[in-house]
Design a protein. Structure first.
Length: 351
């Protein structure tokens, strides 16, 4: 894991919802204004890389709150056409849209409260997102706040413009285990397996390049394998990087996970609920077909040539026999991956 030099800042107590007069509740707006939204902590990564595990662990820190995964930024702020339409619209229409959004509902914040102060024809979706973060964190009695969405990886330029002082935590996992997990998760198992490989390769490559360039020393790569094998050491490095003291509460993340993981996601996020599965690595050796292993290793140059993951020497431990030897089409595969990824982003921008 690459760890930048940490910047240590003073921690704030969890009692931020109470005034100096013991037991006196402070106004919600006042408390929310004290949440440090500008130093937002962003969790991202290729889907099924372990972002939900890090999400639950960091949310268990007594100073840092993460809302459930609402997709708010990529749904209402990042796409320019959507954002501009919202800006010209009415508060009532935005509220109705949020009321129908099952992911937004997970934050348990009323749309009317979130949109307080907004004006018809002059809506500011980014300001609404910031208010969402602040209200949620204040409701948890915490001063720092984060946002977790694997697809934050696809919107790093927009996030850098909106939050130039944010921290980015990029979770990275062996692409063979990523593929195995994606072929089993309910949200992704119906797609062609090779498409997962192509998308993951270009997401990883582009995310690493943009993360380092746009966020500099505030960009950090967190290896999933290190997180499960050495959780205390890895979390201590992450906490120091984002300016927090290490707290052992992060290792007791079960209750945090239950608050963040929606019932719709239990079938593919059950491991996040705990206890920590320290041996949840290299399952691909037993369960991934040899042909898929060979394809991943040819395509995923970012992981194998730059991040140090080791290729399997052409053999599978699944009993499926040696990986087939095929012509070296890796350059073509990588071109395909970039094309698939670019096409997906273009279609999303047209929504």
């Amino acid at each position: 894991m690459n760890v930048a030099a940490p910047t240590t800042v003073g921690a704030h107590s969890r009692g931020s919802l109470l005034s100096a007069a013991e037991g006196e509740r402070r106004p919600e707006a006042t408390v929310a204004s004290e949440v440090d939204v500008r130093r937002l902590v962003l969790i991202c990564g290729v889907g099924r890389s372990g972002t939900s595990l890090l999400h639950s662990m960091l949310n268990a820190h007594p100073e840092l709150a993460f809302p459930p995964e609402t997709h708010f930024f990529r749904r209402y702020v990042a796409p320019s056409r959507v954002r501009k339409a919202l800006e010209r619209g009415t508060v009532a229409s935005f509220a109705a849209r949020l009321d129908a959004d099952v992911d937004f509902a997970r934050a348990n914040i009323a749309a009317e409260a979130l949109l307080a102060g907004q004006k018809d024809g002059a809506l500011a979706p980014l300001a609404v997102f910031e208010r969402l973060l602040a209200l949620y964190s204040a409701g948890q009695g915490k001063h720092r706040v984060g946002d977790k969405d694997p697809r934050n990886l696809d919107h790093l330029p927009a996030l850098a413009r909106a939050f130039p002082s944010a921290y980015v935590l990029h979770v990275i996992r062996d692409p063979r285990d990523v593929l195995l997990s994606r072929t089993r998760a309910a949200w992704s198992k119906g797609r062609p397996w090779w498409q997962h490989v192509l998308l993951a390769q270009d997401q990883l490559r582009r995310g690493r390049q943009l993360g380092a360039r746009l966020f500099g020393a505030r960009y950090l790569e967190v290896r999933y394998e290190a997180l499960v094998a050495e959780p205390e050491q890895t979390l201590a490095a992450v906490a120091a990087h984002i300016g927090l003291d290490y707290d052992a509460a992060m290792l007791q993340f079960g209750n945090s996970a239950r608050a963040l993981v929606d019932s719709r996601e239990h079938s593919w996020k059950k491991e996040t609920l705990g206890p920590l599965l320290t041996d949840n690595v290299e399952k691909w050796r037993r369960e991934l077909p040899a042909a898929q292993i060979a394809f991943v290793e040819r395509v995923s140059s970012e992981a194998f040539d730059r991040l140090g993951y080791r290729r399997s020497a052409g053999a599978s431990a699944s009993g499926a026999g040696p990986a087939p030897r095929t012509p070296s089409l890796a350059p073509l595969y990588r071109t395909m991956s970039r094309s698939v990824f670019a096409a997906r982003r273009l279609l999303e921008g047209l929504r």
